[in-house]
Design a protein around this ligand. Structure first.
Ligand code: NAP
Ligand code: ZN
Length: 364
């Protein structure tokens, strides 16, 4: 047995967890940059809770509330300028994966004013300001991962910033997700599910990451039922947030692989939400995976008898209507066949033809 394990984020999970643990913000500095999307953080109470905690501790803050879905480097640059001008000491991301990933990237740019969005991808490891992550969706697990996925319009794709930016603190309060609309609940839940699947099957998977993966997959036995029956109880919300966090801890060790890498083109060119872009490719991916014993373990854990039954569940949840041609899939396949960081997480050698086959089976 041979593995390493590191999870440097302190996790606070539960109802009202920010106000009951406001001391966690102590020692991070005297001024924070709060990074959110346009609307939801103010509506679900998370921004208010953070503001109250900071005011109680006498920590100043400035707000950047313009992060869009799949955050662009242009938006991140704009927020980083604000952070530099205001001389902030730390960054608090509140939201789904988009504001959290943006907050992580901003923490790098504010700490390293000489690094720009053009040069960051060619840098070695960089330091960053401390990051606090407040999750308000149950999907990406970004609050416990080192990844920051950004949209690079120059290269017409999404990609990892390439720096390791674990939040110092993650707050997970399921109440922020109580009013998450059904569609976003489904899209983000499928994202967490694909993290569990891809992390478990990854060539980087370790005995420890698999513990998190199996625990998270077992929760989907109930969570899929809740999603199909639209029973979004408080108990479900807590379970879903926990599953998403476990999935995040797992992919922080093991990474994601083919569906995630292949899904980026579907998000960039066809506007498919991140979770659906991976979810739509998952069953074909599982079908072509060589170690069917490991695939069988996944199916057992989630309580379905075969891939056909899983496809039935995903078909009922995933509602996509996109125009896509074989020519476009050929282009996506050629481009992804060059994506070494993602391909290395797949345990077998895989080429353009296998990639194209997964795209075609899933989308045509
Ligand atoms: P998101 O893009 O952060 O947000 C999607 C939508 O949900 C936005 O309209 C947002 O509104 C809304 N929303 C968020 N929380 C809400 C709440 N509690 N109630 C109502 N609406 C709410 O969605 P996401 O799926 O969580 O994040 C996707 C991004 O994360 C992608 O860019 C993906 O690549 C990335 N990702 C990162 C990792 C990682 O490890 N770093 C892993 C997987 C995915 P507002 O804009 O108003 O907030
Ligand atoms: Zn994902």
């Amino acid at each position: 047995m041979n593995f390493t394990y590191s999870m440097p984020t302190s996790i606070y999970f539960g109802e009202d967890v920010i106000l009951s643990h406001q001391e966690a913000f102590e020692g991070l500095g005297v001024k924070a940059l709060i990074v959110t999307g346009r609307r939801s953080a103010k509506a679900n109470g998370s921004y208010d809770d953070v503001r109250k905690a900071l005011e109680y501790l006498g920590v100043e803050h400035v707000l950047f509330d313009e992060v869009e879905e799949n955050p662009s480097l242009e938006t991140i640059d704009k927020a980083s300028e604000l952070g530099k001008n205001e001389e902030v000491d730390f960054v608090i991301g509140i939201g789904g994966g988009s504001p959290l990933d943006a907050a992580k990237a901003i923490a790098v740019f504010v700490k390293n004013p000489q690094v720009t969005s053009n040069t960051v991808f060619d840098q070695g490891p960089l330091e960053h300001l401390p990051v606090v992550a407040v999750a308000t969706t149950s999907g990406t697990g970004s609050e416990v991962t080192q990844y920051s996925i950004v949209t690079c319009n120059k290269e017409e794709t999404k990609k990892n910033l390439g720096q390791s930016i674990f939040p110092q603190i993650a707050f997970l309060d399921p109440k922020y997700t109580y009013d998450l609309p059904y569609t976003i609940t489904v899209n983000t839940a499928i994202d967490a599910f694909t993290h569990l699947v891809e992390g478990y099957l990854s060539s980087q998977s370790t005995p420890v990451s698999e513990i998190y993966g199996k625990e998270g997959l077992a929760l989907f036995r109930d969570c899929f039922k809740n999603l199909l029956e639209k029973e979004l109880s408080e108990d479900f919300r807590a379970k879903m947030m926990y599953a998403s966090m476990l999935a995040g801890i797992q992919i922080a060790q093991a990474g994601t692989s083919l569906p995630h890498g292949m899904g980026y083109a579907l998000t960039y060119y066809k506007g498919l939400p991140h979770g659906l872009a991976n979810g739509v490719l998952t069953t074909a991916y599982l079908g072509c995976f060589k170690d069917q014993e490991k695939v069988g373990t996944i199916l057992n854990l989630i309580g379905v008898k075969d891939l056909e039954e899983l496809q039935g569940i995903l078909d009922r949840l995933i509602d996509i209507d996109i125009d896509i041609t074989e020519e476009e899939l050929q282009i996506y396949a050629s481009s992804f066949a060059e994506n070494m960081p993602k391909l290395k997480n797949h345990p077998e050698a895989v080429g353009r033809e296998e990639i194209l086959k997964i795209y075609m089976e899933s989308l045509l």
